[in-house]
Design a binder for this molecule. Structure first.
Ligand code: ADP
Length: 246
């Protein structure tokens, strides 16, 4: 596993309130990482900083084989380097079928779904089938996305992001609002996706994180409080006090 993303000494204040304090973190490629922490810990700001939505006050972020600095890059430049982000609310094209949604993502450059090309290639068709299988939607390819369950829409959006071949995928609370059955499939989908790329999952649901069975980073007051296996971080008394509330 080589290093893909390196954040060091990142700080960010909003009107004098320090939301991120001297945050350092490294992600390998491939790697599955869970980022957990109580409300206000800085999880959203952390993702906003990686994706260029929020500019940090201090620190550096290096990405990729040639360790390019992400500081100062726009959101679209960062997306084009291969950093994809899945927000909590699924945004799929409801009137289009699952197949059309995936085809659109496959035919568009990274970070954009705005331009439609109608170029069909057998390679594209094979990739589409493979992605549909990976996101557990093969049986639903001809259905309008609007007819899918909440969980299935989340999977479709993950598939649309995978179609753009990100090297790093950020996923915000994928299990929220899902049935137990859907949560199980989501674990499989994320584990599979992380076999060939880096995936960071920000999540509250501890059972879900346990099933991901990956390295966990605990954020608290904008800093890394603990890092390691879930058993390791949840045996840390400060983590128990601030996060688990026991
Ligand atoms: P989390 O996602 O872990 O709940 P956030 O990153 O959303 O945490 O927020 C971390 C802290 O920074 C919170 O106290 C929040 O109120 C504050 N914060 C986040 N964004 C802003 C902003 N744009 N302006 C002022 N305060 C903010």
């Amino acid at each position: 596993m080589s290093s893909l993303l390196e954040m060091s000494g990142i700080s960010k204040s909003f009107d004098g309130f320090q939301a991120i304090k001297n945050l350092s973190l490294q992600i390998g490629e491939p790697e599955l990482r869970a980022v957990i922490g109580p409300n206000g810990a800085g999880k959203t700001t952390f993702m906003d900083i990686i994706t260029g939505k929020t500019k940090p006050d201090e620190g550096y972020i290096l990405f990729g084989d040639d360790s390019r600095s992400l500081i100062g890059m726009s959101e679209s430049q960062i997306a084009m380097l291969g950093i994809g982000r899945k927000f909590q609310k699924p945004t799929v094209f409801e009137a289009q079928t699952v197949r059309e949604n995936l085809a659109m993502a496959l035919k568009n450059p990274r970070g954009t779904f705005s331009v439609l090309f109608h170029r069909k290639t057998s390679e594209g068709a094979a990739r589409l089938e493979k992605i549909a299988d990976e996101i557990n939607l093969t049986a639903h390819l001809s259905r309008p996305a609007g007819e899918l369950s909440h969980g299935q829409k989340q999977w479709l959006e993950i598939g649309m992001l995978l179609a753009q071949s990100p090297r790093l995928l950020l996923v915000d609370e994928p299990a929220a609002g899902m049935t137990a059955h859907e949560r199980e499939h989501t674990t499989d989908i994320l584990k599979k996706a992380a076999e060939t790329r880096a995936v960071i999952v920000v999540e509250h649901d501890m059972e879900f994180v346990r099933r991901l069975n990956c390295k966990v980073t605990v954020l608290h007051e904008g800093s890394v409080l603990a890092e390691g296996s879930l058993d390791h971080v949840t045996s840390n008394q400060t983590v128990i006090d601030v996060y688990l509330g026991r």
